[in-house]
Design a protein around this ligand. Structure first.
Ligand code: A3P
Length: 283
């Protein structure tokens, strides 16, 4: 079984991203105009982008309410730049694109950037279900055959490790990048929301921080978000019981990886992860 994907300049494209939009981004046309009050939420696919996007939006809006206009309307590779240009401030822009693929403006301007990282093994498992659940990928393979694709960077957005290494370098040079680990958000959401509000320079009462953390807990968000997806849209995009909000746990990889797969992961990733300050916690 193969995954039905297109690629552009050797870069694998996700199902929701029209190639013409990506081509424009790669060529920096039309030029994205960043605003100083933009916040960019950046993460490898399946690392908690939806979750973080909601939290950032709630902090900026000063309200613990889920926004039902999906984050995808402010996703660089999903909508034309003109649409993003027309969105009111404060924008919570987001992207899974590699840093070198993002418009240069993002790093050059003063906008704030929130980066989310998650254990790559959990990312691989989450992405496996994602590929199986989205009709466009026409995929029904077994995990054993999927894992090499992830580790060799042959899936949407290519290499997970390259993504992290690029940001790691950028963080040494550019202030205004706030890192969140999915696992920390899971174990101590209140503290992470507090730190995030501080980074965003938004005054947030303890009460609001608690409410945001409650509202964004996995089950609440899942129920709330899924209620608002029209049935026809769900049927057109997803297989029967697929959900973007699948399980939302830490360490699910232990239920899926065999001993051999774990050893294979280590042989491909572990040494490189040890060299990365950002990923060392997973080694
Ligand atoms: P799983 O497939 O492991 O459940 P992204 O938004 O970057 O695509 O990431 C999707 C992953 O984040 C999915 O992981 C999803 O369930 C999880 N997720 C989404 N909202 C969450 C929340 N409120 N709490 C915990 N995990 C969440």
């Amino acid at each position: 079984h193969t995954i039905s994907m297109t690629s552009l300049e050797g870069y694998y494209i996700p199902s929701f991203s029209p190639p013409e939009i990506l081509r424009d981004i790669f060529n920096n046309i039309p030029h994205l105009k960043c605003r100083n009050d933009d916040v960019f939420v950046c993460a490898p696919l399946k690392s908690g982008t939806h979750w973080t996007w909601e939290i950032v939006s709630m902090i900026l809006n000063g309200k613990a309410e889920i926004i039902h206009k999906s984050k995808n309307t402010q996703m660089l590779e999903a909508v034309p730049t003109e649409t993003i240009d027309g969105a009111p401030s404060p924008r919570v822009l987001n992207s899974h694109l590699n840093l070198y693929r993002l418009p240069r403006e993002v790093l050059e301007q003063k906008c704030k950037i929130v980066l989310i990282l998650r254990d790559p093994r959990d990312v691989a498992v989450s992405l496996y279900h994602h590929c199986k659940g989205i009709l466009k990928y026409e995929y029904d393979g077994i995990f054993e055959n999927f894992l090499p694709l992830f580790l060799e960077g042959k899936l949407m957005y290519n290499s997970y490790l390259d993504y992290v290494v690029e940001w790691e370098k950028a963080m040494e040079e550019r202030p205004g990048i706030h890192l969140i680990y999915y696992e920390d958000l899971k174990t101590n959401c209140i503290e992470e929301v507090r730190k995030l509000a501080l980074f965003l320079e938004v005054t947030c009462s303890n009460d609001l921080i608690r409410k945001i953390s409650d509202k964004c807990n996995f089950q609440q968000m899942k129920d709330d978000k899924e209620k608002h997806i029209p049935e026809e849209l769900r049927k057109a995009l997803y297989k029967n019981n697929f959900s973007m909000f699948r399980k939302g746990t830490v360490g699910d990889w232990r239920n899926i990886f065999s001993v051999a797969q774990s050893e294979y992961f280590d042989s491909m990733f572990l040494e490189k992860m040890k060299k990365s300050k950002l990923l060392r916690r997973y080694t």
